[in-house]
Unconditional design. Structure first.
Length: 159
């Protein structure tokens, strides 16, 4: 395991290492999964019968070797349900398609945005009206660091 962590550390910018390596506490832990889905429309009779156990790493992570967690700082993506402080599950093995939410590196700076292909090139789109699209100019350095697969955020309002 130490070898894997050292390999990941060498392939990541040092500024992200403390923020992105998945916690061992999440891996190999299983939680109860109720037999019936919870209706979001018309209420139904309560049933707390456990159908099975679910492991969050098996459910959320497709490629363990290339998946990282990142915290969001800021509100530019709130229109897509990504809020300040949310935990993103980012997979570096997946190709970024048009419309993907990505972790991009623009001129050495990290950002989370929606990748959009246009007739004239690529742009990074925020999901908040106060933030303009970032149109990537030919002289700019853009790399897609990873594709956001999941967003985990607290539902309960802060006190």
């Amino acid at each position: 395991m130490a070898t894997l962590l050292q390999t990941k550390a060498r392939s990541m910018p040092s500024s992200l290492l403390s923020l992105t390596y998945p916690s061992k506490a999440l891996f190999h832990r299983q939680f109860a999964l109720l037999r019936h889905a919870v209706p979001a429309g018309t209420p139904s009779f309560a049933n707390d019968e456990v159908a099975s156990r679910v492991s969050l790493d098996e459910h959320l992570i497709e490629h363990k070797e290339s998946t990282f967690f990142m915290r969001v700082a800021g509100d530019s993506m709130r229109g897509l349900g990504i809020f300040d402080g949310d935990l993103l599950v980012v997979d570096r093995a997946l190709p970024a398609a048009d419309g993907s939410v990505v972790i991009a590196v623009v001129d050495g700076e990290f950002t989370v945005k929606q990748l959009v292909y246009t007739a004239t090139g690529r742009l990074l789109r925020a999901a908040h009206p106060d933030y303009a699209d970032l149109i990537i100019q030919p002289e700019q350095d853009l790399s897609i660091w990873g594709v956001v697969q999941w967003n985990v955020h607290k539902v309960q309002a802060a006190n």
